[in-house]
Every structure is written in C-alpha cells, then in structure tokens.
Design a protein around this ligand. Structure first.
Ligand code: HEC
Length: 226
C-alpha cells in the first residue's frame, strides 16, 4: 500500500514535470502568500471549502481551476455584484494578484524554493459570528421613521436567484443597496456591511427586483455611529 502511494506520487510529479516552466513566479514565493490571505480561511483542513490549498501538493492539481475561478471572479466568493452599493471587507483579489496567479499557472505552476515559504497561518475554528438581526423589508416596504443603515442582507432567495435592492428616498433619489447575483446556498445569506452608513429618512421605500425574489434585512447602525 505504502509503496503504491509512493509510486502514485512519483507518477504525479512526472506529469507536472512535463509542463515546461516559463515563469519565475512560484508557489512558495508568491502564490502561497495570496492563498493564505485570500483563500485559506475556507480552503484549509476544517474550513468550509471542500479542499485545502495551503500546500503545493494540495494546490497543484487545482492550478488550472484556481486560475479559472479567480479570473471569473467566482473565488473568493462574494455573492454581490461589484459597484452596486459599497461594502467593507471585500476580499476580492487585486488586479496584480490576478495577474500573478494567471502567470504562475500559465508558466507551469512551479513549486519554488522551500526556504521562501512564509510561516503557516492559523485560523481559529471559533463559531462563525452571530448573524445580526434586522428589520425585514419586502418590495414596496416603507420606512415609518428615519434610520441609519449599517448592513444589509437578502433572505429567502432560492438557489441561483438574483435580487437587486435599492432605496427610493422621499426626494426621489435612488440609492443602490445590494445586488445579489446567482445566490449560492453553500455560502449562506451573507451580511454586507456598508462602507459608509446610509441615512434613510422616514418615507424611504425599499424596492426589490424581481419583487418576489426575497426580502431585504435592514440592520441599523449602533447609536454611537449615527
Ligand atoms: C468563503 C470561503 C471561501 C474562500 C475565501 C475561497 N473559497 Fe474557493 N471554494 C469555497 C467553497 C465552499 C467551494 C466549493 C464550491 C462549490 O462546491 O460550489 C470552493 C471551490 C473552489 C474551487 C473548486 C472549483 C471547482 O472547479 O469545483 C477552487 C479552484 C477554489 N475554490 C479556489 C479558491 C481560491 C484560489 C480562493 C482564493 C483566491 C478561494 N477559493 C477562496 C469556499 C471559499
């Protein structure tokens, strides 16, 4: 059994060795640092993703998929359409990081010098933070009193559903709040924290398109932030 595993490992290395290496970027140098920062919270043993990507052996078979997922902006998952509302905590890769990953994969995805490896990163397995409660608003719901909106999430969405949520202020202005696109249950309904709290006067109307997609949960800023 053990010898079979060794043989398999050797065979696997041979297959990779066929890809000519045409890049100076390496897993141990650049890639692991991006993975630790942007992917490791989920792609680790005991994380929410199906596989760890924290070692070369674990990540190498996924190299092509990694490139595709990050270029398509499916990973790291965010779930909201960018540019529609502004949120804190977006873990999206920078253009620079995208290039580094794409070039590394196209260049044969080499491992590099083990002495370049950074310290392993630790994540605690503490329970995920409590889901903040808020006021449920369906399409057409109108605020009876002024609030300062801090966070928002969409609930009740079915698989792959999309929902665009805006606030119609009494003066006619329309504020984009959140656009969830292709909802993926695996990641649950995420609560998005607004980069800047938004003052919404009484009379503000919540519009959801399509109206039947689900409801918006409006979470107010704690009083010290208003
Ligand atoms: C919030 C948690 C989370 C983060 C952060 C995350 N992933 Fe994932 N990833 C997942 C989950 C969950 C799946 C399985 C998705 C599914 O089965 O629909 C997945 C699947 C994948 C897949 C497999 C896709 C396929 O072909 O099936 C790849 C490749 C991947 N992730 C790469 C990455 C990379 C690279 C990063 C960082 C840039 C990253 N992920 C960040 C949770 C995450």
């Amino acid at each position: 059994m053990a010898s079979k595993l060794v043989l398999l490992a050797v065979a696997a290395q041979r297959i990779w060795a066929h890809d000519a290496v045409t890049t100076k970027l390496t897993f141990n140098g650049e890639i692991i640092r991006i993975i630790q920062q942007r992917c490791g919270s989920c792609h680790r043993d005991g994380g929410s993703a199906p596989m760890s990507l924290l070692t070369y052996e674990e990540a190498r078979p996924w190299a092509k998929a990694i490139k595709e997922e990050v270029l398509e902006r499916r990973m790291p998952p965010w779930g909201a359409v960018k540019g529609f509302g502004e949120f804190a905590g977006d873990q999206a890769l920078t253009a620079e990081e995208l290039h580094v990953i794409a070039d590394w994969v196209e260049g044969g995805a080499p491992e590099g010098d083990p002495s370049l490896l950074p310290m392993p990163k630790r994540w605690d397995n503490a329970a995920p933070p409590a889901v903040p409660r808020g006021t449920a608003a369906s399409d057409g719901w109108t605020l009876r009193r002024a609030i300062t909106l801090r966070s928002i999430r969409a609930e009740g969405l079915s698989k792959d559903a999309s929902a665009k949520i805006v606030a119609q202020l009494p003066d006619g202005a329309v504020e984009p709040l959140l656009w969830v696109h292709g909802f993926n249950q695996k990641f649950g309904p995420r609560t998005y924290v607004l980069r800047e709290p938004l003052a919404m006067p009484a009379g503000t109307k919540i519009r959801i398109a399509p109206a039947s997609a689900g409801r918006a949960i409006l979470i107010e800023a704690p009083s010290r932030e208003r």
